[in-house]
Design a protein around this ligand. Structure first.
Ligand SMILES: Cc1cc2nc3c(=O)[nH]c(=O)nc-3n(C[C@H](O)[C@H](O)[C@H](O)COP(=O)(O)OP(=O)(O)OC[C@H]3O[C@@H](n4cnc5c(N)ncnc54)[C@H](O)[C@@H]3O)c2cc1C
Length: 403
């Protein structure tokens, strides 16, 4: 089999750009095909946990990223009405020792810019909407909406939840409306009363909803996300809403949230979709990555983290098996699918636990967290060390030593 040299990545989101960087660092010729006329990200925040930070460290991008991000002190769970602290996990300082990487909040556009900066502009083709992919034993051909085509030795579909590459490989099917929506907003820290928002990653749990807020951009902005269970189906990332709509849905919650919402200039609203874990991501010379492969609810803040983990593993395995790329893609899927499937299902479960409408269940849950903190004060409230402690770059270094 001839050596794989050229790789087409469909989609220039966080997963696609990370894959392009990791592949280029390993000597592949990479072209990213992005449907939008401009590269960029929406005005919203993103959390990067230590497992994702390990990838940025592996790619040499951590310092650039940390310079534009914010490192919260603790992960905190508060009760929706009283604001009482239910549980707190120290992250700053502790996580760096525990995982050799910190936990950060960032503006999505800032993270996207850090990735973009290290990619030469000629490696990204804009206004390129992929409509399908075909393949033969030696390579794959992409078709685009404007009639153009492009060939490559390998194709990576990083084109999000409604992936055209996925549909081309496995046929059409619709993502699942989860019954959850979110409102999101960014507020300048200077516009907030002093001390209103602690420098923590805070999650307020209440009936039918979870509100999360954290600082981004070196502490200059506060990002908030208000998850709510209702039947409103619109998946666009750009439906403008009004903070008053969120305030109405969260009426009766702690006044801190009302104060935060009320200082939001632009508020967006969208419905959340996911999928059951897919049985397959790969066919021959074509595979999937990120939301194209495993879209998930945001309750564990792992969608982008998993897409950057995918990117690193995929690049590494392809570099090891350049002469048998289909075997490398099969190994990639076998390695990644169990972990991402587990996280997809945990994210759904997390939403149910957070948003329970039963006062008894809330009491039981919060008592459980409080007791756990007495017995195991270091353990994360959600017990997700298995997510944060997974270092795809260490696994790869060990494999290369063994090889
Ligand atoms: C409310 C909310 C909060 C979240 N918070 C977090 C968080 O804190 N931490 C975290 O890790 N994750 C979070 N996530 C998840 C995260 O946003 C996604 O998992 C992540 O953006 C997926 O990246 P991706 O590159 O796989 O896909 P996308 O970001 O969807 O990128 C896909 C790209 O492909 C392009 N594209 C699509 N179709 C085509 C086509 N046919 N041809 C060419 N290009 C195409 C799109 O324009 C886009 O640029 C959150 C998600 C939501 C909804």
């Amino acid at each position: 089999m001839s050596e794989a040299r050229t790789i087409a990545v469909v989609g220039g989101g966080l997963g696609g750009l990370t894959a392009a960087i990791a592949l280029r660092q390993r000597g592949f010729e990479v072209t990213v095909y992005e449907q939008a006329a401009q590269l960029g990200e929406i005005g919203a925040g993103i959390q990067l946990s230590p497992n994702a930070m390990r990838v940025l460290i592996g790619l040499g991008l951590d310092q650039n990223f940390e310079a534009i991000a914010f490192e919260p002190n603790r992960h905190v769970v508060r009760s929706w009405k009283s604001g009482a602290l239910v549980s707190a996990t120290q992250m700053k300082d502790v996580f760096r020792a525990q995982y050799q990487a910190g936990y950060f909040g960032a503006h999505r556009a800032d993270l996207h810019a850090v990735l973009q900066q290290v990619l030469p502009p000629e490696c990204v083709r804009l206004s390129a909407r992929c409509t399908g992919v075909t393949q033969n034993p030696d390579g794959a051909t992409l078709a685009f909406a404007d009639g153009r085509t492009a060939t490559a030795d390998i194709v990576v579909g990083a084109d999000g939840i409604r992936s055209a590459v996925r549909e081309s490989l496995f046929g059409p099917d619709a993502p699942r409306f989860t019954g959850h929506i979110v409102w999101r907003g960014l507020v300048p820290a200077a516009a907030l009363p002093r001390g209103l928002i602690d420098p923590d990653m805070t999650a307020w749990f209440g009936p039918n909803g979870t509100v999360v807020h954290y600082y981004v951009r070196r502490g200059e902005l506060v990002n908030w996300i208000a998850h709510f269970e209702t039947d409103w189906r619109n998946e666009s990332w750009s439906v403008e809403s009004d903070w008053r709509e969120a305030a109405e849905a969260f009426a009766g919650w702690h006044p801190t949230l009302g104060e935060l919402f009320a200082r939001t200039e632009r508020c967006y609203k969208w419905a959340l979709y996911d999928r059951d874990p897919l049985p397959r991501w790969t066919s021959g010379r074509v595979t999937l990555l990120g939301d194209a492969a495993h879209p998930m609810l945001p309750y564990l803040a792992q969608g982008a983290a998993q897409s950057v983990e995918d990117a690193y593993v995929l690049a590494d395995l392809l570099a090891r098996q350049r002469h048998d790329a289909p075997a490398a893609l099969a190994t990639y899927e076998a390695e990644r699918r169990p972990r991402t499937s587990r996280i997809q299902l945990h994210a759904r479960e997390r939403g149910k636990i957070n948003n329970t409408t039963s006062a008894f269940q809330r009491f039981k849950r919060d008592l459980g967290y409080r007791l756990k903190k007495l017995i195991k004060p270091q353990q994360h409230t959600y017990g997700i060390e298995w997510i944060y402690g997974h270092d795809v770059t260490a696994a790869r270094n060990d494999a290369s030593k063994a090889a």
